[in-house]
Design a protein around this ligand. Structure first.
Ligand SMILES: Cc1cc2nc3c(=O)[nH]c(=O)nc-3n(C[C@H](O)[C@H](O)[C@H](O)COP(=O)(O)OP(=O)(O)OC[C@H]3O[C@@H](n4cnc5c(N)ncnc54)[C@H](O)[C@@H]3O)c2cc1C
Length: 292
């Protein structure tokens, strides 16, 4: 049954550990429950693992939707000629899924090991790393539309691009069919481990963040541009541009969403003034923020 809670603190559900309450949080456990929720009212935010979000200090007025554990299953659909079709629910953690694939010697998800968040968020963001993106292994995606209809979209129609997608407005991704390949478990493990060690060395994983704040502009790196402006270690309140990776803003403990937002705007201004590049935000802002 759909679990409904009131005044649910969203900071607990974001990797930034920032954000006010959701007026209502609904967690459906089945497609039927989700469809009736969609028909019953306005969903203000679809929450995955909260690893790419900055939620405002005031929180979200209205209903926030988070898929329940009923959407967290994985099953092998068909296999043949080295290709294995896997059906996965959108509430499955991406890193967990990558680990499960490795145990079955299935290749394709190596890039996803170490990316926080859930499959639904990874599809919406087309999450990826140097060695792959979510779109590369996706055959089709199941969604529930704003009107409460279950539909299947082929990956070629999902408008996947660099950390973006074009799903119908307001739809909830409920799962996907992924295409993986038979591989060598040890070799897959080695690739995942190498990727994880690289993350550990280059990213501030010891402090709360939402990963890369800005997208890399064509032919360049947001982190390089920010570092060139001398912004590593720059602070507003308890939000800081990470000294380890300039494209990460970290929460030193008690940062507010306002602190982070002001620091983002400072970075945007300095980079634009010094290099002429207008940085595009990768993280999604939720709730009210003053952009003046
Ligand atoms: C330490 C760290 C490292 C990171 N490294 C990477 C990286 O290497 N590569 C990378 O691409 N990203 C990276 N990220 C960012 C983030 O993990 C990814 O963008 C992730 O895929 C977001 O998934 P999520 O479930 O947390 O989505 P959320 O943050 O909860 O949501 C992101 C967006 O997707 C929407 N959404 C979520 N679930 C659904 C759904 N079921 N249906 C419809 N819309 C939905 C939300 O409304 C929101 O617009 C990193 C983040 C952190 C904190």
């Amino acid at each position: 049954m759909t679990k409904i809670t009131k005044e649910e603190p969203l900071w607990k559900r974001t990797t930034f550990k920032i954000g006010g309450p959701a007026q209502t949080l609904a967690q459906p456990e089945s497609v039927e429950e989700l469809c009736s929720l969609m028909r019953s009212g306005e969903i203000r935010l679809i929450l995955g693992g909260g690893s790419n979000l900055l939620v405002s200090d005031e929180g979200v007025k209205g209903m926030v939707l988070a898929l329940g554990s009923g959407f967290g299953q994985m099953e092998i659909d068909t296999a043949g000629e080295g290709v294995v079709r896997v059906k996965v629910g959108a509430a499955m953690g991406l890193t967990r899924l990558a680990g499960m694939a490795q145990k079955r010697s299935l290749s394709g998800l190596e890039f996803g090991f170490g990316i926080p968040g859930l499959l639904g968020g990874a599809l919406r963001m087309n999450a990826g790393a140097r060695d792959g993106e979510t779109k590369d292994i996706t055959e089709s995606i199941d969604i529930v539309t704003r009107e409460g209809r279950l539909e299947t979209i082929m990956a070629s129609d999902a408008g996947f691009g660099y950390r973006t997608s074009l799903f119908p407005a307001g739809c909830v991704i409920t799962g996907a069919t992924l295409l993986l390949r038979d591989g060598d478990g040890d070799a897959i493990h080695a690739v995942m481990r190498a990727g994880y060690m690289e993350r550990k060395a280059s990213q501030p994983l010891d402090l709360p963040s939402a990963g890369s704040v800005f997208k890399n502009p064509p032919g360049d790196f947001a982190g390089r541009l920010i570092e060139t402006c001398g912004l590593k270690g720059e602070r507003i309140g308890e939000a800081m541009v990470s000294p380890r990776h300039a494209n990460f803003i970290v929460n030193l403990g008690a940062a507010t969403a306002k602190d982070v937002h002001r620091l983002m705007r400072l970075v945007e201004k300095r980079v634009s003034e010094q290099s002429g590049v207008k940085l595009e935000r990768e993280i999604k802002l939720v709730g009210g923020f003053d952009e003046e």
